[in-house]
Design a protein around this ligand. Structure first.
Ligand SMILES: Cc1cc2nc3c(=O)[nH]c(=O)nc-3n(C[C@H](O)[C@H](O)[C@H](O)COP(=O)(O)OP(=O)(O)OC[C@H]3O[C@@H](n4cnc5c(N)ncnc54)[C@H](O)[C@@H]3O)c2cc1C
Length: 442
């Protein structure tokens, strides 16, 4: 029986592991934390149908109390002069689920499908032989495997120690990461819930990043996020500023309070090689504008498992695994590249430039509702006259979208088959577009 090791109990690894174990593979997840420590103490937005389809249950079967709807949303411009409000309908209302029950559902499902777990065991890197991945080196010893699925998150030591010849990008570059601190505080009585209770502040207090303030019936959900590492002092400062504008924000932490890092860039171009495949944050799979990674992680896990099952020889060579790499980018890579272009262009503007885009309605609710996914070059050109009042800001956004569109085209034309030279040339062509944002704070 072929042996698969999943490094880290990330969402995509659990999804792939469950499908593969159910289909006769020997799958073991190596997770550095104990089971009860897994999952953040906060709620996340993602597409519930992706989860329920994977679990083979109806949405009505989700455990009671593990999810709720989020209210209408207001995007606030840097100078706080303009708010763009997004009203959701019955069909479009955003659903959020607590992270621990979400992970529990995935863990229990994986166990039922036959996945084994080694909790409290840290993966240190890949085992290699003749330049190929042949297993995992862990704090509890070496484990051989036919395939290592890397689901160990943004700082995965497996990805970072891959053989050079794989050509897989090892480290995120400055501007690729978003640093956040999130906590739920008590809500002081005597204040009305705002009309749009979920507020997102772009360039919050003039700094690169965003913060949000969600006024729930039972507390206040506050996220402070920046493009550079946060300190507890910085978070306290920002909370004090929030307390002036939101006097109902209490001091008692009800949930969360942890710091987290999210990759906010297009995914790795090369996701696989002999004996290795990356899914989720370890492959930087998020929507860069809003840092949502659960959907892409689950989609990647499913696609990888399908690729493995479609191969009659049950082989794990780069040639076989490439179908997953190619299909992921054809389906999702292009859109995330476009989104990164827009995000980086916005971040390279000064706060006043973003204010202008809001005030001149170059950025509208349709752009913000889709986290920039609906912002197309053609739509932006339709706003040309309004944009020309501040050509520099307008053309920066246009430039970001143009580069993003070029990268998207390349992602969508990923080589059909794995040929090391051709695949590297394709990856280099995307790299050359250099649509990154380099933060001076890094
Ligand atoms: C504040 C915050 C809010 C977010 N909100 C949302 C949201 O609303 N919606 C959304 O879709 N996404 C959200 N995200 C992003 C989301 O958390 C990730 O994109 C998503 O979890 C996918 O990552 P993953 O499952 O691949 O990896 P992770 O969730 O990082 O899981 C990696 C796993 O690997 C384990 N691990 C790490 N290193 C090792 C090692 N050396 N050995 C063994 N195990 C290891 C970790 O303990 C962990 O269990 C948010 C992130 C943050 C920080």
């Amino acid at each position: 029986m072929k042996r698969i090791l999943v490094a880290g109990a990330g969402h995509g690894g659990l999804a792939a592991g469950a499908i593969l174990a159910k289909n006769g593979f020997d799958v073991t997840v190596v997770e550095k934390e104990q089971r009860e420590a897994l999952g953040h103490d906060w709620e996340d937005r993602f597409t519930f149908s992706l989860l329920t389809e994977l679990l083979g249950i109806a949405e009505a079967d989700l455990p009671e109390g593990c999810w709720r709807y989020r209210g209408d949303c207001a995007f606030v411009s840097p100078a706080k002069r303009k708010k763009v409000v997004i009203r959701y309908t019955e069909e479009t209302r955003q659903k959020i689920m607590w992270r621990k029950p979400l992970l529990n559902l995935l863990l229990e499902h994986a166990e039922k499908c036959g996945v084994k777990f080694l909790f409290g065991v840290e993966a240190l890197g890949p085992l290699t032989e003749n330049g190929k991945v042949t297993g995992l080196s862990t704090a509890a010893g070496d484990y051989a495997a036919d395939l290592v699925i890397d689901a160990a998150g943004v700082f995965s030591p497996v990805r970072r120690n891959l053989p050079e010849a794989y050509g897989i990008e090892k480290d995120p570059r400055p501007g690729d990461l978003f640093y956040a601190c999130r906590a739920y505080y008590d809500r002081l009585p005597g204040f009305e819930t705002p009309d749009a209770p979920f507020e997102v502040y772009l360039y919050h207090e003039g700094e690169r990043g965003l913060s949000w303030f969600g006024a729930n019936e039972d507390g206040c959900d506050v996220l402070i996020g920046r493009t550079y590492p946060l300190t507890p002092k910085k978070v306290e400062e920002q909370l004090a500023i929030f307390r002036q504008s939101h006097p109902w924000l209490g001091e008692k932490v009800l949930h969360g309070g942890q710091f987290g890092v999210i990759p906010v860039r297009r995914p790795l171009t090369l996701l696989v090689d002999d004996g290795y495949a990356a899914v989720g944050d370890s492959a930087f799979m998020t929507t860069p504008m809003n840092g949502m990674g659960i959907d892409l992680s689950l989609q990647a896990g499913k696609l990888l498992a399908e690729t493995v099952l479609n191969n009659r020889d049950r082989d794990f060579t780069a040639e076989v695994l490439w179908a997953y790499n190619r299909d992921f980018h054809r389906l999702y890579g292009g859109d995330t590249a476009k989104n990164e272009g827009l995000k980086n262009a916005l971040l390279s503007l000064p706060g006043q430039g973003v204010d202008f885009l809001f005030e001149a309605e170059v950025i509208q609710s349709s752009d913000l509702a889709g986290a920039g996914k609906n912002t197309k070059l053609s739509a932006l050109l339709g706003k040309f006259v309004r944009g020309m009042r501040q050509p520099k800001s307008f053309f920066t956004i246009l430039g970001g979208l143009t580069k993003g569109a070029k990268a998207a085209k390349l992602y969508k034309n990923a080589p059909a088959r794995f040929d090391r030279k051709a695949v590297r040339a394709w990856s280099d062509a995307i790299e050359k577009l250099d649509i990154r944002f380099y933060s001076s704070a890094n």
